[in-house]
Design a protein. Structure first.
Ligand code: HGY
Ligand code: MN
Ligand code: MN
Length: 435
């Protein structure tokens, strides 16, 4: 599908600026082949079988990806700043006295990650900058492209950690002391990979923040729509639940004498599914990890540790699900004579994006001749943290078969190109707004 025709020439104060470069800004388009090449190259870092990527936060693969992307930022003559939790913000052009229009996302992935989750939002931002540089187009406000540390939260809970600290939602000190699922200390890992930056958090407040991201679900593809104008992000609640039983011999121990941690954790896992069905609506629930000790064929398990991920677009309904989880724990402690300990590791209310920003994304997509619909985000994103400090918006593009956090994650290049062009013109509009 060829890019849509350029919208009608702009009128008004910006029209003079619109021709300051070699091309009128309304006619600017990103270079899809260049974007695809960067996505391909970045996906080689931490590449795993099946065409996916494993780049957990602050691992060597994350370091190598950071080095590669910062190299591209510097090739574009961007000024790069690294902050105390390893967030990276590169800035270009505009009046340095004005707050930048920022875009970005993340380059860390889950263990079974795809090429596009997060990576697309960062590389689309670089593509916007390169398109403006190639046409000698400047902007009133600086443009910034960011990637935030540990957005996935897969290694160090919670998710969106770096942007949470950037926005002042968690102190740097607290973040540095976080322990990963592998027992490592976040601050030590940041030092180890050489990304403990000198710039303090919270970071400078942008004029606005725009994140383009794959949808990671089936909605846009099913509707045959190219662009999602994201209205907000659903609430997210994570718990690490430890079930303490008693190890015993699998052959000699009568069933009535067992304090079986696996049986109790499995019962709790089934209750999570029942809670989802009871609460209904947009409620979702996941037990994504299930660790057993000593994890041996002939030993009744002494301990099981599971993680529970509960999400809902409605804060009250999410609270209801959390309360139901508490009841399930109490029931199972009694029925199985085990001890259950709960540790909350993420707890974020639903976020609504600035309505004017959602209008803007919808308007730009329409002007570019792209089909667009409004929708909430099922996944967490850095934009929900930046929304605490500035007007924020998200642009979604379709995910093939609605698949993500899976090596087969895919989005067609035409759709990536469309999303990056909506990012380009949304940022241009914002960056050229009269101060
Ligand atoms: O958890 C999430 O929704 C995101 O992938 N970090
Ligand atoms: Mn993501
Ligand atoms: Mn993700």
């Amino acid at each position: 599908m060829s890019p849509p025709p350029a919208p009608a020439p702009e009128s008004g104060p910006d029209s003079a600026r619109a021709t300051s470069g070699a091309v009128a800004t309304h006619a600017l388009r990103i270079d899809a082949a260049r974007l695809a090449e960067r996505l391909r190259e970045l996906a080689l870092v931490g590449a795993i079988d099946g065409g996916g990527v494993c780049r957990l936060a602050l691992t060597d693969a994350d370091r190598d990806a950071r080095d590669l992307v910062i190299g591209w930022m510097r090739d574009l003559d961007m000024e790069v700043r690294i902050d105390a939790v390893g967030n990276v913000v590169a800035t270009r052009g505009g009046d340095p006295a004005l707050a930048p229009v920022m875009c970005g996302s993340h380059i860390d992935t889950v263990r079974t990650g795809g090429k596009y989750d997060g990576n697309f939002g960062v590389l689309a931002g670089l593509e916007v900058v390169e398109t403006l540089a190639a046409t000698r187009t400047d902007t009133v406000r600086p443009l910034a492209v960011a990637f935030f540390t540990d957005e996935e939260g897969a290694r160090f809970h919670p998710d969106m950690l770096g942007s949470l600290v950037y926005a002042g939602g968690m102190s740097t000190e607290t973040a540095l002391e976080l322990r990963g699922i592998d027992g490592t200390r976040l601050g030590d890992e940041l030092d180890r990979i050489g990304y403990a930056g000198s710039h303090p958090c919270p970071g400078p407040v942008p004029y606005a923040f725009v994140e383009v991201h794959i949808e990671q679900g089936p909605v846009l593809e099913a509707a045959g729509i190219t662009i999602g104008a994201v209205t907000g992000v659903q609430g997210i609640h994570w718990e690490e639940i430890t079930v303490e039983g008693r190890s015993a011999h699998a052959g000699t121990t009568p069933m009535s004498m067992r304090l079986d941690a696996v049986h109790a954790a499995a019962a709790l896992t089934m209750r999570v599914r029942e809670i989802v069905e009871t609460v209904g609506g947009s409620q979702v629930g996941t037990v994504g990890s299930f660790d057993v000790h000593p994890n041996l064929v002939n030993v009744v398990a002494a301990r099981a540790v599971i993680t529970v991920d509960l999400r809902n677009t409605d804060a009250n309904e999410l609270e209801r699900a959390i309360a139901e989880l508490g009841r399930a724990c109490t029931d199972i402690e009694r029925s199985d004579s085990v001890v259950i300990t709960r540790r909350v590791t993420a707890d974020f209310d639903p976020v609504d994006f600035d309505p004017a920003m959602v209008d803007r994304v919808e308007g730009v997509a329409t002007t570019l001749g792209l089909s667009v619909q409004r929708m909430p985000s099922g996944a967490g994103h850095d934009a929900q943290m930046l929304a605490r400090v500035c007007p924020a918006a998200m642009i979604f593009v379709p995910s093939v078969a609605g698949l993500s956090h899976n090596v087969a994650e895919h989005t067609e290049l035409d759709d990536l190109e469309a999303g990056a062009n909506v990012l380009l013109h949304t940022m241009l509009d914002l960056a050229n707004e009269a101060p």
